[in-house]
Write a protein that binds this ligand. Sequence first.
Ligand SMILES: [Zn+2]
Length: 340
Amino acid sequence: MSAIVLLLLLVFAGAPSAEAIEPTPTGPVLRIVPAVRYDRLPADGDGGSFAPRVRSLLAWYQDAAPPGGLAVVYTPESRESFPTVLMDGRGRILSRGTSFRWGTGWLSLIGVPPTARPGGHELWLPGIHLPFRVTARTFASETIPLSSTLTTLRTQPDPRKTAEAVELARLLAGADPAAVHETGAFALPLAKPRRTAGYGDRREYLYDDGRTDLSVHNGVDLALPEGTPVAACGSGRVVMAKERIVTGWTVVIEHLPGLYSLYCHLSAVNVREGELLTKGQILGTVGKTGLATGPHLHWEVEAGGVAVDPDLLTAGLPLVPGRWPIPAAAMPAAAIPAVD
Ligand SMILES: [Zn+2]
């Protein structure tokens, strides 16, 4: 054994070890690998000229998250952005990350979809395959009967509805590389709300004609009386402020490149597209516009076009290595179903 190999072994033996995931009273704790040694990564075959450079610069990444969480990859010195992809055990792409300038390098946030199955996954960046684990998480199920009006609103083909869906999907899949506006924890947009639906709830809609439809709830529903002020959960730029058929009066804010918060069913909006908001600034009021059975705020957070759990980000944004606690899962009361 050469002296160099021995020295490397000694360095690795002294390297900080990954923290185990332990159940705590407030939920599981994510583990973040503080300094991935590139020569300890699994071998891969796709090489490429870009690969050795990224490989040698990869400083840390987060190796586990629940459905609705975020995966994070950081390279401290890379001069160029890099694509990142989350794949399941069978190599199917679940989501794509958004990379942006952070410190002296680039950071990439990758959303873990609410439908991701627990178990071994993989984060891919050019030339590197990083093991990633989706942790177990259970979601509530609920059944929501819809009136004939709401059945029509949800089921009737409507070119305007399709156009609006395409417009929003395009917006959420894009990113302004300079939009680094919020680096702290998100705040609840309403004070002391009553939760009527949680992130990732499995929903069965009962239409008035007896048919049913299954869907996954992409946000959290917070109920308070109509007219209650709604605050921005973090600083950011308003990229949409308009009335839509399904989500009613809607505000979308970009907080980090590709990381957006959405506020739906508002009764009034008092911000304009392009406006820069600070965390806590009032952007509108609670309402029931669009597909809603009662006054509530549908609050949603999207990362690279994947809906992630807003409540997880109230513990902080995972932008530095360290513990990223997960608050206890939101308990949907569902006493009054508040749709979408
Ligand atoms: Zn909702």
